[in-house]
Write a new protein. Structure first.
Length: 326
């Protein structure tokens, strides 16, 4: 008789673990043991442990590195068939993408969380967690990398972002939809994400690798970009207008920054669509000529993760290197 698949649940905090404190504010206070009832869920055996208890709005690079190391440790265990990470929705898109960048195993990694706290009259966390475990336990999930399971849908990590602050199903994949669903406790998949070769785990240098984002808007100049470099930024991403445009001030700063060895990425503040270096006069074509690296259709906060990981590993991002990711 075939044994049940074994899923490891790593708890990091978030709304799924939150309850109201004595000031009436919701804080992450419940541990992994509070999230699970028993050692089996559906058709999987489950073990759980706490990695941290934080709202995801409090996570820094060090915490993300620790989550990566915890997940890698579970994947290396021959008795583990899949991993679930409970996590706040605020920055789940960053953690999911970072985990996918370093994910070399065929075993699935699934992130989930909640939009309503654990002490809500109708919490959504328990249902989301059960569905995430079902996804991680499914043999059909193997080879699909890191995913987000939420409100019945399964999303590939790359390109998925939180698109609504309070909706029960807040995630959306840019340029596509879910790659699968959980129906009656069974995971069903519609497509397979295309994923590049995995990168190495974040090194300790990742903790202090600073990549900042500046946004182009009417009247914007280079003041914030210069302040970021002064504060120690190793890289800057320009959230350009339209297809990735700046202005004369941003262009002059880009030329100077690239000459000084600062990595400059070019993204867009528009929710959907790729960067297209087309316009002059400080537009995207001029910025790319000055050395800015176009970041394609990769969501800007995931692009920040990619540059931070590469820079922390001592790599110098270039268009050829980035092409397989963006």
């Amino acid at each position: 008789m075939q044994s049940m698949p074994h899923v490891s649940v790593l708890a990091t905090g978030g709304t799924i673990a939150s309850s109201e404190n004595d000031r009436g504010a919701s804080v992450a206070s419940r541990g992994a043991g509070d999230l699970l009832d028993g050692d089996a869920v559906g058709e999987a055996s489950v073990a759980s442990r706490d990695v941290m208890r934080l709202g995801s709005y409090l996570l820094g690079h060090r915490e993300l590195r620790l989550i990566c190391e915890a997940v890698a440790g579970e994947l290396a265990d021959g008795g583990v068939d899949g991993v679930v990470v409970t996590h706040g929705t605020d920055t789940m898109e960053e953690t999911a993408y970072l985990l996918d960048l370093i994910h070399a195993s065929s075993k699935p990694v699934v992130l989930t969380g909640a939009q309503r706290p654990a002490d809500h009259a109708c919490p959504d966390g328990p249902g989301n967690l059960q569905e995430a475990i079902a996804a991680a336990a499914s043999p059909l999930a193997r080879g699909k990398g890191t995913m987000i399971s939420f409100a019945g849908n399964i999303y590939a990590a790359r390109g998925t972002r939180k698109a609504h602050t309070v909706a029960p199903s807040p995630f959306q994949t840019m340029g596509g939809g879910p790659i699968g669903q959980v129906v009656d406790g069974q995971a069903r998949f519609l497509s397979v994400p295309i994923r590049p070769k995995a990168l190495a785990l974040p090194p300790p240098a990742f903790d202090t690798t600073r990549v900042d984002i500046i946004t182009v808007h009417p009247g914007s100049d280079d003041a914030l970009a210069r302040a970021a470099v002064e504060a120690g930024a190793h890289g800057i991403i320009i959230a350009g207008s339209g297809v990735g445009n700046g202005n004369s001030s941003i262009l002059a700063w880009t030329e100077e920054a690239v000459q000084a060895g600062i990595t400059v990425g070019l993204s867009t503040r528009v929710p959907e669509g790729p960067v297209v270096p087309f316009y002059g006069n400080g537009g995207g074509a001029d910025l790319v000529r000055a050395g800015a690296l176009p970041l394609g259709s990769l969501p800007i906060f995931q692009a920040r993760m990619l540059l931070a990981l590469l820079l922390s590993q001592g790599q110098t991002p270039n268009p050829e290197m980035l092409a397989v990711y963006v």
